[in-house]
Design a protein around this ligand. Structure first.
Ligand code: OGA
Ligand code: NI
Length: 284
């Protein structure tokens, strides 16, 4: 089945409907842990060139991409590889990726592949306001005020990935990505029109208590947001870091471009004091 939650219009956060939209975000974070946003401030044209850039990169000759393999990469922040590792894994994931991390924008970027550097940087820059707004809403609901002095501690570690799921001759025999939840705070994911991203419905909203998965359907121009493990822990379990997985297809290759935001390594992995105070007890 498909997730029927309509995408959340982020532009309304700036108007008279602020509280209503903030509630939609909080409710989505507390239930499925996944939602989609539109009017997010990232130009649609940029999203289109990101998808094209991903296809271009993965279409390069193998030797051009191989210079970014983690064994030889010019920087530990840049990693090209495949999740298809027969000698290591039981479940072979039908996916290649290029991973580009940064702590300090300017120095890391020199090492990013020239073919995707500019567009990936623009994506990081133009999405920052949106990420700040979302986090602002989610943290305010926990009783924590977000400002310039603490935002980096919360989401200062960022990484942009480009994922490539080639067409698979026998899609029923494998997965694109096996079931997992994401570490960190928030993921912002751009997916193309192919589909295949599925989320496990938490038991609290799955009345029959059997395992159910819903698809996060591609919506043109929308971005997918999901809560990650660290935010679930900080919120004392209020926000859900949901398990998700990606199916393979035999008809067309798929690309997705996630931004992973994580706290600085000095942050404590425990429910926030403000939340404990409200809840009275740690539930984790
Ligand atoms: C991930 C992930 C989903 C997708 O990279 O952690 O869940 O649609 N990706 O590529
Ligand atoms: Ni994931």
């Amino acid at each position: 089945s498909k997730c029927e939650i309509p995408p959340i219009d982020l532009s309304k956060l700036d108007g008279p409907e602020h509280d209503e939209v903030a509630n939609q975000i909080v409710r989505a974070a507390e239930t499925l842990g996944f939602f989609q946003v539109v009017n997010h401030g990232v130009p649609i044209q940029l999203l289109d060139s990101l998808k094209q850039t991903a296809h271009n990169f993965f279409g390069l000759p193998a030797e051009r991409k191989a210079v970014y393999r983690k064994e030889v990469s010019p920087s530990p922040l840049v990693k090209y590889g495949t999740s298809f590792v027969p000698e290591k894994e039981k479940a072979l994931e039908w996916k290649d990726y290029i991973s580009m991390g940064y702590t300090n924008e300017n120095e890391a970027l020199q090492q990013w592949p020239m073919e995707c550097r500019d567009v990936a940087l623009q994506y990081l820059k133009t999405s920052h306001e949106m990420v700040k707004k979302l986090l602002d809403v989610l943290m305010a609901n926990l009783g924590v005020e977000l400002d310039d002095s603490n935002i980096d501690a919360f989401i200062g570690k960022k990484m942009v990935n480009m994922n490539f799921y080639p067409t698979c001759p026998n899609p029923e025999l494998t997965v694109g990505v096996g079931r997992h939840s994401d570490m960190g705070i928030l993921t912002i994911l751009l997916q193309d029109g192919i589909g295949g991203l599925h989320v496990k419905v938490p038991e609290i909203i799955d009345m029959e208590k059997k395992e159910e998965w819903v698809e996060i359907p591609p919506i043109p121009g929308a971005l997918v947001i999901n809560i990650r493990d660290m935010l679930q822990i900080w919120s004392n379990g209020r926000y859900k870091s949901a398990e998700h997985r990606v199916r393979t297809t035999s008809t067309k290759s798929r690309v997705s471009i996630p931004i992973f935001t994580s706290p600085q390594a000095t942050q404590k992995v425990a429910p926030l004091p403000q939340v404990i105070e409200k809840d009275g007890i740690s539930s984790l």
